[in-house]
Ligand binder design. Sequence first.
Ligand SMILES: O=c1ccn([C@@H]2O[C@H](COP(=O)(O)OP(=O)(O)O[C@H]3O[C@H](CO)[C@@H](O)[C@H](O)[C@H]3O)[C@@H](O)[C@H]2O)c(=O)[nH]1
Length: 460
Amino acid sequence: MNSAKTEPSTICHMVALPYPGRGHINAMMNSCKLLASKSTDILITFVITEEWLGFIGSDPKPANIRFATVPNCIPSEKGRGKDFAGFVKAVNTMMEEPFEELLDRLEPPVKAIVADTYVYWPIALGNRKNIPVASLFPMPAMVFSMFHHFELIVQNRHFPVDLSERGDELVDYIPGVSTLRIEDLPTFTYGDGRLVLPGVLECISSVSKKAQYLLLTTFHELEAEAIDALKANFPIPVYPIGPAIPYLELEEKSASITNANNGVNYILWLDSQPPCSVLYISMGSFLSVSNAQMDEIIGGIQDSGVRCLWVSRGEIGRFKDCSGDMSLVVPWCDQLKVLCHSSIGGFWTHCGWNSTLEAVFAGVPMLTFPIFWDQVPISKHIVEDWKIGWKVKKDVGVVTRGEISELVKRFMDNKSDEMNAMKQRAKELKKSSRRAIAKGGSSDANLDAFIRNISEAHGH
Ligand SMILES: O=c1ccn([C@@H]2O[C@H](COP(=O)(O)OP(=O)(O)O[C@H]3O[C@H](CO)[C@@H](O)[C@H](O)[C@H]3O)[C@@H](O)[C@H]2O)c(=O)[nH]1
């Protein structure tokens, strides 16, 4: 850890604590970069485990963001998906003590803690130490509202529930959230979702009761109704500052483009493809679909004859038949750069919120294959609310190779009126995301308001 000792007291020093998973670390880092871009008087200490420092320690970041570490007191990131509930428990029992020790040593004095909503203890810790806490929720405002109003779901007898019997019943009573089926709520009715639900509900309720600010990685234009309804009754300021994605670095050259991919330069490959012809496929950073489903997906995409760029970690062997001019498989890519490339015509996504915000920013329509938790209502957002995608996943059972091939062909048909109308809507949302981040736009103004609030209300 490299704590600076002599910064002047005008420095607004914040400590950022992400939940230690890829989607959450990215959301927190991108939010911090947006905050740090506002003034060189802002200093952010970004706290991660030593293992995570190994993953992201050499990534480019502005001079006013620095890393500090806690020991590897939680299970390794590798294999985290295997015992999800156990991982969540470890994050919430093992990290507080080393974090508190670190906090006590940091200089200059800390003006605010920005902590992921899914880590349970920072709000109480901040209260004990008289340090304001901004809770960063890295999922849609709509999903926050679902948990915030969970008692309505219970009152309407929609939880607990047997999805196979009542999954199609409608949920039309959550303020600011458009009507959806029980089946489209986050996956808290079964499995790991059911296990982590009580802890999540406690976190969400402590945000309104004890935190000082709520930051959202969404932007107002994208979820206006959910955000307005939330703000109307929420006891603390709510600041949507998104899309919290790495758009500030879009123009920079990324060394990882070839280094991480055994010398394969996927940007050069994209450069040589026709406009809007490539389907980008990424299924998320830690949960994946069943082997049987994966075989159908790979077969269906091959049969469709559509060009594609796949991201696949550790499963490259399964793609041995996907070689040739039409497809490229890489273990990792600079996703926002890829989505913004003119050759990309569609995105097959598991509907992680960061990926969704990136696709909205890039104006790319989506094929949705949600797997867990918020990904299910996010798919509904994409398909029904914004109408910029189609759902591939079925509620029950495997989607077959033939179904996938047909769907992908129709989806990537640049001459279809239906697809062109969808692309037009995606372009409109892209424009609204650019308006939100432009000077004086909704997110830009919210970043300023949050920083002003922290500096004034809690100045030294
Ligand atoms: O080759 C790749 C693949 C992914 N990414 C990035 O990795 C992140 C993935 O985040 P996300 O799309 O949100 O997926 P997950 O990692 O699965 O996200 C977890 O965290 C999200 C935010 O809380 C939730 O919405 C998801 O349900 C949860 O699984 C994004 O920033 C991508 O740009 C890359 O840069 N390169």
